[in-house]
Design a protein around this ligand. Structure first.
Ligand code: SAM
Ligand code: SF4
Length: 333
């Protein structure tokens, strides 16, 4: 699948739930969250059918996300089916990490089960190592479980684990160096992400925005100049650097300030309520659940995918005074 601007679509991000056990200020609205009714959520069978169709159109990588994907019942059995789909070579999961250390059977953690189910990579959110600040940002005092979850994931032997930190001025700018040191101690890739306007809460103001360039300067003041790694890519829009004097890689995702951010975009998103979104930062979304539930054939659904890709915008609208129509939690980050 290729769009009008030469973006070749090989990556499908699949959100399996809009629910979450945390309440990150930048992701969830402050007002009472109303979850989608179960009937409006794609069943696992429906989701697998859509992934199969996408795979037939050239999608090779799937990332399972949410909300918090690991809160949905039956998630491991679902994930086990994804790598079996012909054409899918890479399955990843994005998680807040809170449930990874939970034991499903004695001595077998969720992390170990996911690894055995064929998940190649994990993205784990970690914005701070300070327990109080963690609780302020996420609305939950779960940092100890997340750290256990990271430990369980390292022990499980995933091919790749990335830690993702959303940059917030006044919240975690003091944490950049401790987070880098922590990632080094666990031998994990750490990425700093610019906050995007996908929430309407008061946290998302110009005052709270911390650009990646500023974070990079602060890191360089501590470690010396970072060494660019232009040839290293992980499937996303991050730019990577080596920390001087260390065998450590860190990345920056400048969704707001990097003007070339969208050039290499290879993604399509499927929301848990069956909408295909050609771009995270655009209002455009197309309801594929409707034809799916009305009995559309595989060929008709294939056409649907192609039409959505045809409408993929050249770049996101975040810099154009974008006002979200859906919160991040309801899209799947
Ligand atoms: N619950 C999982 C988690 O927290 O990793 C998966 C879903 S979450 C929506 C996926 C990623 O989106 C997380 O790394 C989160 O930090 C990021 N995210 C959420 N809201 C964001 C925002 N406003 N700007 C930038 N990243 C955001
Ligand atoms: Fe939940 Fe992840 Fe959103 Fe935080 S970022 S509220 S953990 S979905």
């Amino acid at each position: 699948m290729e769009d009008r601007f030469g973006h070749r679509i090989s990556y499908l991000r699949v959100s399996v739930t809009d629910r979450c056990n945390e309440r990150c200020a930048y992701c969830m609205p402050q007002e009472l969250q109303e979850w989608l009714p179960r009937a409006e959520i794609l069943s696992y069978e429906e989701t697998l059918r859509l992934i199969r169709i996408a795979a037939g159109l050239g999608v090779t990588k799937v990332r399972i996300t949410g909300g918090e994907p690991l809160t949905r019942r039956g998630i491991v059995d679902f994930i086990r089916e994804v790598p079996k789909i012909p054409g899918i070579r890479d399955v990843g999961v994005s998680t807040n990490g809170t449930l990874l250390a939970r034991e499903i059977t004695p001595n077998q953690t969720v992390a170990a089960v996911l690894q055995a189910a064929g998940v190649r990579s994990l993205n784990i959110s970690l914005d701070t190592l300070d327990q109080n600040v963690y609780a302020q940002i996420t609305g939950r005092d779960f940092l100890p479980s997340v750290l256990q979850g990271i430990g369980a994931s390292v022990a499980a032997g995933f091919e790749q684990i990335k830690l993702n930190t959303v940059l917030m001025r006044g919240r975690n700018e003091e944490q950049l160096i401790p987070l880098i040191d922590f990632a080094a101690s666990q031998n994990l890739i750490l990425r700093f992400i610019e906050m995007m306007p996908v929430s309407t809460t008061e946290v998302l103001t110009e005052r709270n925005f911390l650009p990646v360039a500023e974070a990079k300067c602060a890191i360089e003041a501590h470690f010396g100049d970072l060494i660019p790694e232009p040839t290293f890519h992980t499937n996303g829009p991050a730019t990577y650097y080596q920390v001087p004097g260390r065998d450590q890689r860190i990345g920056f995702i400048g969704a707001m300030t990097n003007l070339h951010f969208c050039e290499s975009c290879n993604k399509l998103r499927l929301t848990c309520d069956g909408k295909l979104r050609p771009c995270l930062g655009s209002y455009l979304e197309f309801d594929i659940m409707k034809p799916l539930r009305a009995g559309a054939s595989d060929e008709e659904l294939r056409q649907f995918f192609l039409e959505v890709v045809e409408r993929k915008p050249q770049q996101h609208d975040f810099r154009e005074n974008y006002q979200p129509n859906r919160k991040m939690i309801a899209i799947g980050g």
